[in-house]
Design a protein around this ligand. Structure first.
Ligand code: SF4
Length: 480
């Protein structure tokens, strides 16, 4: 999936919420100490560097002391950080260069910094950002891995990944993003075992969803067999129902995001996200015409329909056959948040559900709302009325949804009478195109007509956060 501006914003919001305390992990008191610690951190953990530097800084408190250090003594002090001979040589050279060229001070100029012994582009960026507050995005091993897994970059060198990230994200966020991505790589997106089931950005990650193979290993994450795309493994807590059938595409996607696909006994043929689910879970009819006998044959211990997406007849037939069902009824973003928590308890993954619910920001935008018509079908025109889920997302983002409640059919005259300022055309379930936008612009020359990513708006639960972010971004772009 393409990284649009709203998705990038959502990613940053999620990372900021997950790692509010993210900061430089190297202990330092001034630019000199930071540049020394960063040189020592090559091929070494930050924790080990932090154990080494107190004694080192006590012995060599400034550039002058370091410039005249005895190599053997310095090597002994930094031995635990590895490559100690090479690092000692660089540190002494660093001290001498700082004295000779910069009066003993660490320069804040990128070129001058990069020309110092032992200071490559990555070290220079770390020092610029953390010692001088200069926006920079040093790509270390964690950022390299996380950026590629998230599909933010397909580049194969840290320099090119850095260039891609700098292109995608606003300059004034580079420093915090640098720390957040490192913390994410350390705490969640582990090199060998990424914790996708507990990842705060899983719904945005093509690797976690199984859309692409893990660029770090070349395999699907947590795949059953090498080289073969498959569902993620169960999370540690595997209580609750073990043969779940989802009749709702977005709920199926949510179960996959929570790493529960191995507990699924069926889905509808419209449940096609993530794409590999088609090979992992059998399709049992459609959303409006589920294959009831096929569902019964699977002996499910939980079936999940939704009030609007599925039919009452199907729910009653399953209940009559003694199948446990849990009917979701989602008409608002608050309903979606509640449903996440209910599902988490019901299925036995309450922590994941709480994390997903907590990540939803439902605070409504203040200020004037734009009169907005949300159309979901053509021939006939069908709108999403003010009491629908998608309208509630729009309301939170600062739009005023128009029209009768429910999903009313509207004539051309009905449309004209509503006098919208904004018309939104989600690309799902109807595939609106530029042709439809032009048609509406012709009839409503004063209105702004926007085609918007449909699944983000209509796939409740699995994409509620994404939908809100998209609409908020769109609202920001529209002049009041
Ligand atoms: S979903 Fe998995 S691969 Fe993607 S960022 Fe999260 S932990 Fe990493």
């Amino acid at each position: 999936m393409r990284w649009t501006k709203p998705r990038l914003t959502l990613l940053q919001e999620r990372l900021a919420a997950a790692y509010p305390e993210a900061r430089c992990a190297l202990d330092h008191g001034d630019p000199f100490q930071l540049v020394v610690a960063t040189i020592l951190s090559a091929q070494c953990t930050d924790a080990r560097v932090n154990l080494t530097t107190p004694a080192l800084f006590a012995r060599y408190p400034n550039a002058a002391a370091l410039a005249s250090a005895e190599p053997a003594e310095l090597e002994t002090l930094i031995h635990a950080t590895g490559f100690f001979r090479n690092k000692a040589r660089n540190l002494i050279g660093l001290g001498q260069a700082l004295i000779a060229r910069h009066g003993g001070q660490v320069p804040s100029d990128p070129q001058a910094l990069g020309a110092l012994p032992g200071v490559g582009q990555k070290t220079a960026n770390v020092v610029l950002a953390n010692a001088f507050g200069v926006p920079a995005l040093a790509v270390d091993t964690h950022i390299f891995r996380v950026a590629r897994r998230l599909g933010l970059s397909e580049a194969t060198t840290p320099e090119k990944v850095e260039a891609d990230l700098c292109r995608l994200f606003p300059r004034d966020t580079w420093i915090e993003l640098h720390h957040q991505l490192i913390w994410h790589g350390r705490r969640t997106c582990d090199a060998r075992k990424p914790a996708c089931a507990n990842c705060s950005v899983a719904e945005l990650c093509p690797t976690g969803k199984g859309t692409i193979a893990d660029p770090h290993t070349g395999l699907p994450v947590l795949a059953a067999a090498p080289g073969k795309q498959g569902p993620p493994a169960l999370p540690a807590h595997s209580g609750g129902p073990q043969r779940i059938i989802s009749l709702v595409p977005s709920v199926t996607e949510l179960l996959a995001q929570w790493g529960l696909v191995r507990r699924m006994a069926g889905r509808t043929r419209y449940c096609v996200e993530p794409t590999w689910i088609r090979n992992a879970v059998p399709a049992l009819g459609g959303t409006k015409d589920p294959d009831i006998s096929g569902i019964l044959a699977q002996r499910p211990d939980l079936v999940l329909p939704e009030k609007d997406e599925n039919t009452r007849d199907a729910a009653e037939a399953l209940q009559a056959a003694g199948i446990p069902i849990h009917v979701l009824n989602i008409r608002s973003a608050a309903d979606a948040r509640r449903a996440l928590l209910e599902l988490g308890d019901l299925i036995g993954v309450p922590d994941q559900a709480k994390a997903a619910a907590a990540a939803l920001d439902l605070k409504p935008r203040r200020g004037k709302a734009r009169r907005t018509l949300i159309l979901v079908w053509r021939e006939p025109w069908i709108a999403a009325g003010p009491d629908t889920y998608v309208a509630d997302l729009a309301r939170i983002a600062g739009f005023e949804p128009l029209g009768p409640n429910g999903y009313p059919r509207l004539s051309d005259a009905d449309l004209t009478a509503l006098q919208p300022d904004v018309i939104l055309l989600p690309t799902d379930p109807f595939r609106f195109t530029a042709k439809h936008r032009k048609e509406l612009e012709h009839y409503f020359p004063q209105a702004t007509v926007s085609i918007v990513e449909g699944k983000a708006l209509t796939w409740m639960l699995s994409r509620t956060g994404e939908g809100l972010a998209l609409l908020r971004e769109l609202r920001k772009d529209l002049a009041v």
